[in-house]
Design a binder for this molecule. Structure first.
Ligand SMILES: Cc1cc2nc3c(=O)[nH]c(=O)nc-3n(C[C@H](O)[C@H](O)[C@H](O)COP(=O)(O)OP(=O)(O)OC[C@H]3O[C@@H](n4cnc5c(N)ncnc54)[C@H](O)[C@@H]3O)c2cc1C
Length: 318
């Protein structure tokens, strides 16, 4: 049944819909299987095409950003993965007369824009307030969905508004933080909603000072976080304590499970070996959470999104 639906969907989307396209490789873990169908939406017209093609179909749906907060199962994702393309990759900064220091400036970006690019472009335009984003290797859309944050800030505190399209209903939404249900590394954005554009607040700044903040953020990341294949922090920090400290206190820093290991540099990062498996990463996440519960009685919550596992899949299309 699903296979027939996949064939029908693929035919409706046309030749740019690719069957059995590598998906795990498009994530920062670089492990995991294929997407049953992969489609790059170059602009809003393509999103409409996707919506019409999906209408009445049982095929599950997932929007992919930079895959920097995802673990894709070795089986892959049995549905349609949509990646936003070039039409959603832009940063717009007002030039000419700008308000005084105390007033705020709006920086707009397409959802496919790399978050660090947004930070760097706003700094080069003499604006301040988005420097923290240089350390987060996601897209604008993924950052809004996850309420990404760090270095004392997060999306919820900088976002003016964003625009999205709900692929299930075909309706557009437009709203600010009060409508988006932001929490710590979460939002209330529906799994079937695709963020297409976001506007952020910034203010006039000193370019040299902001450049130096960018360098500090990058240096801090290099000194405190590992390279290699990972998706950043695996668990959110429980109130008042860091998840990394809890993992370390459970004696798990450097712990290895087949092709996955807890980073020696940052205990809340799990690394995948080149050619490793998503199952090893998943099992290690599970083991770490159980050991922390046994050692400290704290239940860790996963920040990394699981894709194609029985426990959690992408947005189910209705
Ligand atoms: C080395 C490293 C360091 C990191 N440090 C941080 C950090 O300091 N702070 C932090 O918050 N995160 C951090 N992360 C995690 C990650 O970068 C963020 O969560 C980022 O916002 C995810 O963006 P993405 O585009 O990669 O999303 P993806 O991983 O592709 O997707 C994540 C979720 O967002 C959804 N999504 C993606 N694009 C859209 C869209 N356009 N519309 C709607 N939903 C969408 C996906 O369906 C999925 O549910 C780090 C990751 C790495 C690898």
């Amino acid at each position: 049944m699903l296979e027939r639906d996949l064939e029908t969907l693929s035919a409706k989307l046309g030749e740019r819909a690719i069957r059995e396209h590598p998906l795990g490789r498009l994530t920062t873990y670089r492990v995991g299987g294929d997407a049953a169908i992969y489609f790059v939406a170059e602009g809003e017209d393509d999103l409409h095409r996707v919506r019409i093609a999906l209408s009445g179909s049982s095929v599950p749906f997932l929007v992919l950003g930079n895959g920097s907060n995802m673990l894709v199962s070795d089986r892959g994702f049995p549905g349609l993965v949509v990646k936003l393309g070039s039409g959603f990759d832009y940063v717009t900064i007002p030039n000419g007369a700008r308000p005084t220091e105390v007033e705020r400036v709006v920086v707009a970006a397409g959802a496919a824009t790399d978050f660090p690019i947004l930070a760097r472009k706003s700094v080069e335009a003499g604006l301040s307030g988005l420097e923290w984003a240089v350390g987060i290797p996601g897209t604008v859309g993924g950052a809004v969905r996850m309420n990404a944050g760090g270095h004392g800030s997060d999306v919820a505190s900088c976002l003016k508004r964003c625009r999205w399209m709900d692929i299930a209903s075909g309706t557009y939404g437009d709203g600010g933080p009060s409508e988006l249900g932001f929490g710590y590394r979460t939002s209330g954005i529906a799994p079937t909603a695709i963020v297409t554009r976001a506007e952020f607040w910034a203010q006039e700044g000193d370019r040299d000072e902001s450049r130096s903040v960018l360098s500090d953020v990058v240096r801090w990341r290099r000194d405190n976080q590992p390279g290699g294949s990972n998706a950043g922090s695996v668990f959110t920090n429980p109130p008042g304590i860091s998840a990394g400290e809890l993992v370390e206190a459970a004696g798990l820093k450097g712990y290895r499970h087949n092709s996955a290991s807890v980073s020696l540099k940052h205990a809340n990062f799990i690394q995948a070996d080149v050619g490793g498996s998503a199952a090893d990463v998943y099992e290690l996440m599970d083991y770490v959470a159980r050991r922390v519960m046994d050692e400290s009685g704290v239940a860790l919550s996963r920040e990394v999104r699981l894709v194609g596992f029985d426990v959690e899949v992408g947005g189910a299309h209705s």
